[in-house]
Design a protein around this ligand. Structure first.
Ligand code: CA
Length: 222
């Protein structure tokens, strides 16, 4: 991940007051915060943007917190997740961790502790988050390189960002508009997405990205 994405934080919390308070606190700590107020909105956000870390309340409308964590992991979202839970029984904690959360904080919590846990989570994750699984090969995001095949294949910045997005959400179909918005923010050319998909296929093989006719593209096999 590069630049602002390093600090992108998704907060999913239905308690409006608490959400506003946490938004202010996290922003004050240097995070770029997006807030979703129910599980469905949180799922949509998490699947259409990339976050360095997510803070998800356990008791949520539309999709309950632990189910949301499970769905995100099933979609291949690898960002570390901290669950906020009003319940503190061992069973509750185990259920959250089993679903794929890395950590949990029990409400009511001390702000300093929550912030310290978030920092620790990001530090731990930084060691592993630069590698994304491509099946037979993997993408080293930091080095902009695909490894594990016949030798390292160097990628350009844009190719790296595009492949990173697909690899982080392997089950998701992205429309050209979404890809243009997420990867090519500053490029007006409507053909940019197709061009970079072509570049990636030329370097990594035709199957690396699959065309979903009438919809867009999704991760293939590399
Ligand atoms: Ca709640």
């Amino acid at each position: 991940m590069t630049g602002a994405q390093d600090r992108a934080l998704l907060l999913v919390e239905d308690d409006a007051k608490l959400a506003a308070l946490l938004d202010r606190l996290f922003t004050g700590e240097g995070y770029a915060v997006d807030v979703a107020h129910d599980g469905q909105a949180g799922l949509h956000r998490a699947l259409t943007s990339q976050y360095a870390v997510m803070v998800i309340d356990r008791g949520l409308p539309a999709i309950e917190g632990v189910d949301l964590v499970r769905k995100l992991r099933a979609h291949g979202v690898a960002s570390p997740i901290l669950v906020l839970t009003a319940r503190g029984t061992t069973e509750d904690r185990v259920e959250g961790l089993d679903a794929g959360a890395e950590d949990y904080v029990v409400k009511p919590f001390e702000i300093d502790e929550l912030l310290a846990r978030l920092r620790a989570l990001l530090r731990r994750h930084a060691d592993t988050s630069t590698r994304l699984d491509l099946g037979e090969r993997y993408l080293d995001v930091t080095a902009r390189r695909v490894l594990g095949g016949t030798g390292p294949i160097e990628l350009s910045g844009r190719e790296n960002e595009l492949l990173q997005l697909f690899a982080a959400h392997p089950a998701q179909v992205f429309t050209r508009d979404e890809l243009r918005r997420l990867v090519f923010q500053d490029a007006d050319s409507p053909g940019a997405v197709d061009t970079y998909v072509y570049y990636l296929r030329r370097k990594l093989g035709r199957d690396v990205i699959r065309t979903v006719h009438g919809l867009g593209y999704r991760m293939g096999s590399a």
